[in-house]
Ligand binder design. Structure first.
Ligand code: C2O
Ligand code: CU
Length: 467
């Protein structure tokens, strides 16, 4: 999973290499392209994992690796994933960002019964729209133990031109996920009870992480090789449970092309901030030969030590100097590709995000209530629904909607000229963001929750309910 030169997969061939992982991929040929089914087998299992030099650990994995195998499909292809649960607990798969049919969404007890140990469950859906996504377990705290991986849906015709591509998935890592350290900054001196299932009232204090990883490694990640003159595409995914990833590449400037897999007007930035669950696709031009740190700003000794290295350049030292006044990406500076005419929504929901108070540590609320006591958002098919997301707490909340994209019509409460389309949006401390979605994926109950895993299970979740 480390290094990925861009591989154009050839459709219709007997074997399609899915990102060099150990995915057994079979194409089941039918009458035409619409009948092509890509079948992938995933086994959720506990395995030893070498996270860095001298840092062997046990992780919860798909097919014995962290991240799990990258899944790469073409837009419109049928994807069939056969999941076998070899874990000691029930599990599920969630396709983060993909608007899959309700029964395939992988939320235990909401969209399906969890897959019991020893059992197999088959997920199947048509992949689309094109973009950078990821998949992860949606049971309890499982994805914090390693149960996550990238999922790339390629467009039928790629509008961007570039010479190579790397997929980078970031994670905050515990060497021993069975014994997270209570975070003294949170005042959590108490030993936690190990949660066994997704459920209200099962709360675990947020741990202090031992490391930050990229593609499951820290410390000795092989460099990303480039050639002078290359246009390089990075697909960036933040799979962390509770860490925002501020990323920069010394000596280079990013051009943001996609946010949460959806195209945006190309926009420049030196520093990107990826909230938990968010994705960005960026391009950069390799025009400064050297060895440059791709750095998680502020991570200090936790930085995974990833480098971009030009072919033919020797040495081990990074040669990066920070730009004096970095351009920081901001939702307000991003423009979507589709035009937009404001229209009166059919429904408006005002959601106040709060919690984290000293009197109620670990409790995170929407309009003062913790899931499942939060009020569900009732919608009818094809309605336009507006959400006002107001953060009255001291922490940022990456709010994620299942089954739908939303348009960010009011970043920071100001009307957008061309809204960006996302599935996960970080609401900063004190901020108000206005988003709208069209209720176009009927199903009984879809989750809307904070993707900070400890806030989610602390109660910051609600449901969109079709009636
Ligand atoms: Cu990435 Cu509710 O999930
Ligand atoms: Cu949160």
């Amino acid at each position: 999973m480390h290094r990925r030169e861009f591989l154009k997969t050839s459709l219709g061939g007997a074997l399609v290499v899915a990102g060099g992982g150990v995915v057994a991929t079979r194409l089941l040929q039918g009458g035409g392209p619409a009948a092509t089914i890509r079948e992938i087998r995933l086994k959720a299992q506990v395995a030893d994992w070498q996270v860095g030099p001298g840092a062997a650990t046990r992780a919860w994995t798909y097919n014995g690796q962290v991240p799990g195998p990258e899944i790469r499909v073409q837009e419109g292809e049928r994807l069939r994933v056969v999941l076998t649960n070899a874990l000691p607990e029930p599990t599920t798969l969630h396709w983060h960002g993909l608007p899959v049919p309700y029964a395939m969404d992988g939320v235990p007890e909401l969209t399906q019964p969890a897959v019991q140990p020893g059992e197999t469950f088959t997920y199947e859906f048509t992949a689309g729209p094109a973009g950078t996504y990821w998949y992860h377990s949606h049971v309890g705290y499982q994805f914090d133990r390693g149960l996550f991986a990238p999922l790339i849906v390629e467009p039928a015709r790629e509008p961007l031109s570039y010479d190579r591509e790397y997929v980078l998935i970031f994670d905050d890592w515990l060497f021993d996920p069975d014994r997270p350290q209570p975070d003294p900054a949170m005042g959590m001196g108490v030993p936690h009870a190990r949660p066994l299932s997704h459920g209200p009232g099962v709360f675990r204090p947020q741990p202090l992480y031992d490391a930050l990883t990229v593609n499951g490694r820290t410390g000795d990640h092989p460099p990303l090789m480039v050639r002078r003159g290359d246009r390089v595409r990075l697909r960036l995914v933040n799979a962390s449970a509770s860490t925002v990833i501020p990323l920069r590449l010394a000596g280079h400037r990013f051009t943001i092309t996609h946010s949460d897999g959806q195209p945006v007007e190309p926009s420049e930035a030196d520093l990107l901030r990826l909230g938990m669950g968010e994705r960005y696709d960026v391009l950069f031009t390799a025009d400064a030969p050297g060895i440059w740190p791709l750095e998680i700003v502020g991570a200090g000794r936790h930085d995974p030590g990833l480098r971009v290295r030009y072919q033919g350049v020797r040495g081990t030292q990074g040669s990066g100097a920070p730009s004096v006044r970095p351009m920081v990406s901001n939702y307000r500076d991003l423009q979507g590709m589709q035009g937009w005419a404001a229209q009166a929504p059919d429904r408006i929901y005002d959601l106040v995000l709060s919690g984290g108070t000293a009197s109620e540590l670990g409790a995170w609320t929407i309009n003062g209530r913790r899931y499942p006591e939060t009020e569900p958002l009732e919608v009818r098919e094809s309605e336009r629904v507006r959400l006002l997301l107001r953060n009255h707490s001291g922490m940022a909340h990456p709010m994620h909607l299942h089954g739908h994209f939303f348009d960010v019509v009011g970043p920071d409460g100001r009307p957008a000229a061309a809204p960006i389309r996302k599935d996960t949006l970080v609401i900063g401390h004190g901020q108000v963001h206005v988003v709208e979605f069209t209720a176009d994926n009927p199903g009984a109950r879809w989750l809307l929750h904070c993707h900070h895993l400890y806030h989610h299970h602390g109660g910051m979740a609600t449901e969109v309910r079709y009636s």
